[in-house]
Design a protein around this ligand. Structure first.
Ligand SMILES: Cc1ncc(COP(=O)(O)O)c(C=O)c1O
Length: 407
């Protein structure tokens, strides 16, 4: 990058712009952008926080409101498939996270599903085990919920850095909770290796997939994961506050004892019996009445995945983040930003985080110039790359704009 070393004022570097154009022209996923409605002139690199609007969602939501609710009224619980939506939509998410049908239930928030998963896992754990290991660097809600779940189930909460998790596992470990991709640094953790290690220690493992589902292959069944949770408003583009999901491997479902045994998870919800009898299969992860408007917006949003191969998404995601790191090195004067996302592909999710002085102000300036990422305290600029709608020219423009700000 000899051009790069000389480029202290973020003038366009023709070689990078030409390469971006070539990469976009060759991009087999490039056409997928048409499945989204994005504002003109905006480079949207915040799909790891709130995914963009899939083009079919407004019409689908209008139909749910006007026809299904407005005209069919209560008949829609059966006739419009409202009642079966949590399982039906779970089965549409399943292939994106490497799960066979019948193991994913949609509903509630990630936080609530974490609670169900952690208490449920503690109740499944072998007797006599006393500790719950939790990713110490995790998104805060995971830590808060884990602390309460541990207290309720009589386990000792042990926060560990994921890189020390292997050493912390022992024959006293009941449950492990880890993030597949760290929300702040974008670091990808070794799901196959850590799952195998937890099992070798006789523990159950719960994975939080919020920052990996829809961005890279997860392989829940292939790696014999026990339980997992994730949100749908990031790389799955379900919309603000769209319902989350919980995966409980089929082998655990019969013994899964939900800490929130609501009437929707009952074997015969309409029998209205005083005693709780859990439904067979994934329906026992349900709690109360599903949030139909959000849930059916999510169902429509998942149409954007029709015919999309998650392996191809991963390949493009790595190409985008590689190119962004290269463009940042070329456009941003040396020493102004420091990548905190690992350079190695097998340790990188679909985001790039850059540490920078004045990161909050820098991000505000970037946004005012049409490049939308986000800021995470205390000093991190976060850029998420959603391969379904982000292209290589977007990447070049984002890095060049960052260079202008620092120039
Ligand atoms: C890793 C992780 N877990 C959990 C959550 C919070 O989920 P919810 O607000 O759906 O409960 C988030 C939100 O961004 C997250 O990034």
């Amino acid at each position: 990058m000899s051009d790069a070393a000389q480029n202290t004022h973020a003038n366009p570097i023709p070689e990078l712009q030409e390469r971006a154009a070539r990469l976009d022209a060759e991009d087999g996923l490039g056409k997928l952008r048409e499945r989204f409605t994005l504002p003109d002139g905006v480079v949207y690199l915040d799909g790891n926080s709130l995914g963009a609007l899939p083009a079919g969602v407004p019409g689908a939501v209008a139909d749910v409101v006007h026809r299904q609710w407005g005209e069919l009224l209560i008949r829609s619980w059966d006739e419009s498939g409202w009642w079966t939506a949590p399982q039906r939509i779970g089965d549409r998410i399943a292939p994106l996270i490497g799960a066979a049908p019948g193991q994913v239930t949609v509903g509630d928030s990630t936080s609530v599903n974490l609670f169900k998963a952690l208490v449920g896992a503690a109740r499944l754990a072998a007797p006599g085990r006393t500790r719950m290991l939790v990713d110490a660097t995790t998104f805060p809600t995971d830590g808060y919920i884990a602390a309460s779940a541990a207290r309720m189930t009589g386990l000792e909460l042990v926060p560990v850095d994921p890189s020390d998790a292997l050493g912390a596992l022992g024959d006293d470990t009941a449950v492990v909770l880890l993030n597949h991709v760290d929300y702040r640094t974008g670091r990808l953790h070794d799901l196959p290796g850590l799952t195998a290690a937890a099992h070798a220690a006789g523990a159950l493992i719960v994975w939080d997939l919020c920052h990996s589902a829809g961005a890279l292959p997860v392989g829940l069944d292939a790696h014999s994961v026990d339980l997992a949770v994730g949100c749908t408003y990031k790389y799955l583009n379900g919309g603000p506050g769209s319902p989350a999901y919980i995966y409980v491997a089929e082998r655990h479902q019969g013994a899964f004892d939900s800490p929130l045994p609501g009437w929707n998870g009952h074997a015969e919800p309409f029998a209205m019996t005083p005693d709780y009898v859990p439904a067979e299969g994934p329906a026992r992860m349900r709690v109360g009445t599903p949030d139909i408007l959000s849930m059916l917006a999510l169902e429509s949003a998942l149409d954007a995945w029709e015919g999309v191969d998650v392996e191809a998404v991963r390949a493009k995601s790595l190409a985008l983040t590689d190119f962004f790191l290269e463009c940042v090195a070329a456009y941003v004067p040396q020493g102004r930003v420091e990548p905190v996302t690992p350079a190695e592909h097998d340790r990188r999710g679909s985001q790039v985080s850059l540490r920078a002085e004045g990161a909050r102000e820098v991000m505000a300036e970037l946004i005012s110039r049409g490049v939308v990422g986000d800021f995470r305290a205390p000093d991190v600029l976060r850029f998420g790359f959603t391969p379904l709608y982000v292209g290589f020219a977007d990447v070049e423009r984002a890095a060049r704009t960052l260079g202008h700000i620092f120039g």
